[in-house]
Design a protein around this ligand. Sequence first.
Ligand code: PHE
Length: 352
Amino acid sequence: MSIITELESLRDSALERISQAADLAALDAVRVDVLGKKGSLTGVLRGLGALSAEERPAVGKVSNEVRAALEQALEERKALLAEAALSARVAADAVDVTLPGRKRLPGRAHLINQITAEVVDIFTGLGYAIAEGPEAELDYYNFTALNHPPTHPARSATDTFYVRDLSEGGASGPITDVLLRTHTSPVQVRVLEQQKPPVYVLAPGRVYRRDIADPSHLPQFHQIEGLVVDEGITFGDLKGTLDYVCKELFGKDRKTRFRPHFFPFTEPSAEVDVSCGICAGSGCRFCKYTGWQEILGCGMVDPNVFGYVDIDPEVYTGFAFGMGVERIAALRYDIPDLRMLVEGDMRFLRQF
Ligand code: PHE
């Protein structure tokens, strides 16, 4: 085989390997194999010295052409592979700028807390102080000192959550004198034990009743209690105060009415209704087809309650009221089911 044929077949196989090189490392290996110090072309060129003077120019020309062809092929392949490597990296690191960003929503108070804060604002504006009492309450404050006779139906274990003594008989141990308060009214007694008149207090808090949750009831809900005890307080003061508060809370377009009622700890007593905003008074499931929604109970403090806290009913009179915060929320925003307030569905809660 002549040296020229040898050069040509070396070129052809090297070109083939170059075109097959899958990445830059493989390509460089081909370059070293052919053009490196110990490379195959280098070996052939080293043998040129042994050629005769006549052969040398022709072989020299071909070998230069082969080297040039291989160098060019290496350059071209290198550029191609470098570009492929770059686009592969770009594709791997890709950020899809058309994807929606992640929204960070600001936190907010739950609707019940918003309304409580609003009512607290209204009453602190009228000069009331804020009071608190325990949610796990003594029977004495929840019922007895509020003039409930021992046989009052609200004391029944089907209406009220009682704490049992687990040390005697476990889960069926005897009922104790501790219960989950069924209203915020026990705070009235606690305040009057601590403070002599004049008393103007507001007591927001959580309360519990053994009710099955339905559109208008929750077993755990919120009330805001008000208590005023001073000289010369009349039912007119109560009406004027609650009229003002209802207008602040519901606006002038919602109607209110006072309805005679009974509570063991107030005499006389009344319930206040607001016209149902869901059916605009025509009657619906939420207002039990009456067109009205009860939002609070109220009345003049019963002299028997003053007896438990040692206040002279001949000197002082007072009024009290307790409003349901969930009902206020439902009436203001036409919420058809109180359970929506505790289900934690952000699509609903974010509206407020
Ligand atoms: N505690 C009563 C209830 O929960 C409401 C009320 C409070 C009534 C104060 C009169 C005075 O229904």
